[in-house]
Design a protein around this ligand. Structure first.
Ligand code: MG
Length: 363
């Protein structure tokens, strides 16, 4: 089998509501849809997802102007080899590489008539526990949102903190009072704190509210600082911005920086390198979760296949980015019951492109 055509189409899809974190405000997602055609009539789908610059349009240029020409004629089953080619051509641009990677797995799964999770070791669970993030806002408002998510079946909610310690305390207290003791509450500082001592002081003040874990308290590059924080608080510390790639995972492990990895298909460069991060973490006896950019339906399907096949998925995951959007570009809907995601059907990713929606949201 040979690749005959690769295209990436940038899209903008509105969010259901404005989302605010330490990183800023978002009203829409700028992603891109990747399509890879083959000489045997099978087309693979992928999605470029990034909240970081460059977003959908810039990453789509990397695909259309650079990767597409080089990968024409390649065998789409040679996923590891194609990653080596992409890494040689293009520094970083992980979301673009991830878009290609998803489409390759989609082609292989469709050709073999099997879901992608069967290419990753097979199912290790029947359902995946989901988490839902809460935008920064007025404490009472955030608590209300948390309560409505719990009413929908969510058992884990994630509050965005890291800008103002007084506001963070008020928000966390309001959420805990509103949802009661049985709901799992995790916190994401998105690198918001200046140094390790500030982070330790803030986390200790928040610990009485029963915090599951604190995500990325310090800058992504501050592994020494993260190690200090991990050593000086009881709450597990999770790396997000510090662990994009398998090499980042090794650096975090060598520095004994964190207790948990938040793994992104988009930031790792695809399902293949994301599964390598899971393997490295498993060897270091660390659990991982899967994080969201947030993806639309194609990217969510890629996350889902990974989530169902990785043994050390240790906590609730964000395999539900489509929920943050007002619309989607696939025909299918994912099955979520009582806060759990059901396995995606396959073959391949198990989703199909809605071309009317692609036209509506392309730019
Ligand atoms: Mg995060």
């Amino acid at each position: 089998m040979k690749i005959t055509r690769i295209t990436a189409t940038p899209i903008r899809v509105p969010r259901t509501q404005q989302f605010t974190s330490s990183l800023g405000r978002s009203l829409e997602s700028e992603n891109a849809v990747v399509e890879i055609d083959t000489d045997e009539g099978i087309t693979g789908l992928g999605e470029v997802c990034s909240i970081w610059d460059r977003k959908g349009r810039g990453q789509a240029e990397d695909i259309n102007d650079l990767l597409a020409q080089t990968l024409l004629g390649q065998d789409p089953f040679r996923i590891a080899d194609i990653h080596a080619v992409m890494d040689g051509l293009l520094h970083r641009s992980y979301p673009a590489k991830a878009g290609i990677d998803m489409a390759l797995y989609d082609i292989v799964g469709k050709t073999l008539n099997t879901p992608i999770y069967n290419l990753l070791g097979g199912l290790v669970r029947d359902r995946v526990l989901l988490s839902h993030s809460l935008s920064m806002g007025e404490p009472a408002q955030v608590a209300e949102m948390a309560a409505s998510l719990v009413a929908q079946g969510y058992k884990t909610v994630k509050a965005k903190i890291g800008q103002d310690q007084k506001a963070d305390l008020a928000t966390v207290q309001a959420i805990r009072n509103k949802v009661g003791p049985d709901v799992t509450l995790r916190l994401d500082a998105n690198m918001g704190w200046a140094n390790a001592k500030e982070a330790v002081r803030n986390i200790k003040a928040l610990e009485p509210f029963d915090i599951e874990l604190v995500e990325q308290p310090l800058h992504s590059s501050d592994l020494v600082g993260l190690h200090h924080v991990r050593d000086h608080v009881d709450t597990p510390i999770m790396a997000d911005e510090s662990v994009w790639t398998p090499a980042d995972a090794m650096a975090c492990i060598r520095a004994e920086a964190v207790d948990v990895f938040n793994v992104y298909v988009a930031e790792a460069g695809g399902i293949y390198p994301a599964s390598q991060i899971f393997a490295i973490a498993e060897a270091a006896r660390l659990p991982c979760i899967i994080g969201s950019m947030p993806e639309l339906g194609i990217g969510t399907a890629a996350q889902a296949h990974l989530a169902f096949a990785m043994r050390n998925l240790g906590y609730a995951s964000d395999v539900n980015g489509f929920i943050y959007h007002a619309d989607d570009i696939i025909h299918e809907t994912f099955q979520i019951d009582d806060g759990y995601l059901a396995p995606p059907p396959g073959p391949g990713l198990g989703v199909s492109l809605n071309r009317d929606k692609l036209e509506q949201y392309r730019f």
